[in-house]
Design a protein around this ligand. Sequence first.
Ligand code: GLV
Ligand code: GLV
Length: 326
Amino acid sequence: MSKPKVYVTRLIPDDGMKLLYEKCEVTLNPHDRVATREELLAGVKGQDAMLCLLTDKIDAEIMDANPNLKIIANYAVGYNNIDVAAATQRGIPVSNTPGVLTDTTADLAWTLIMATARRAVEGDKFTRAGKFKGWGPMLLLGQDVHHKTLGIVGFGRIGQAVAKRATGFDMKILYYDKFKMPEVAAKFGAEYCELDELLQRADIITLHCDLNESTFHLIGEREFGMMKKTAYLINTSRGPVVDEKALVKALQNNMIAGAGLDVYEDEPALAPGLAELDNAVLLPHIASATRETRGAMARIAAENVLAALEGRKPPTIVNPEVWKGN
Ligand code: GLV
Ligand code: GLV
């Protein structure tokens, strides 16, 4: 019997590739860059499965280029890059890679919290530039993080892992989510707040919601106006959750103290003015970028592909309503 065919839009770690090579005929996009639309359309033809990345926009046109597609496996926890409703209409399972990147992403949110409040990146640049002339009583004063109020927007796995870390910093924890989660919240002493109240009370606001119609530009000019002038905004979720132009204005006008970002509204482009701001720490979407986690994500994405090809329910399917059978 010939092996099933899988199209991989860009090389992912060996942990996943090995699994695929054992059981499938793999077509790998040979370029280590984002696949073009033409490459995706041509690549998906004649394949049984597609393993794609968050940088690949997978819409109805791509799905219709191959009516026999048995799964779209995203190498990411977020899957706003895929038109899941279109996939569901066509009966195509979509999977993501939840769980394995929870702690890794929470660690990076904390990296941004600390780096922003304690001006670590500014300090590094200052030191390398030869400007460090000795200890100074007024040099690079930041703000304390411990004992402050942390506002967590989106209290899923990642938001909770961020809360867990905050307990070690003796922080007051507020959370906002579509759902109230009194039992989980009690573990971290977290208090539920409506978004506006959270924005007004928190010293550090960190975003862990997914991107959808209800969270697009969740944080914009109005919201910056509600935050404390001393507040920091941290975003490791998806760029469009924040109105980035409004953020640049808020940072320029000292409406808030600073921002730590791992994601951008129009990645990889930055809103005009953002890169010039000293009160922003800017990372290139690396929240899940550790060897361990990227390996685990690759394995999960590959396992979803193999499950679908073998007629088993993909373990981390996001549209289970399409799956008939076991
Ligand atoms: C990364 O941003 C992911 O969604 O996995
Ligand atoms: C990610 O794993 C989340 O749902 O927060």
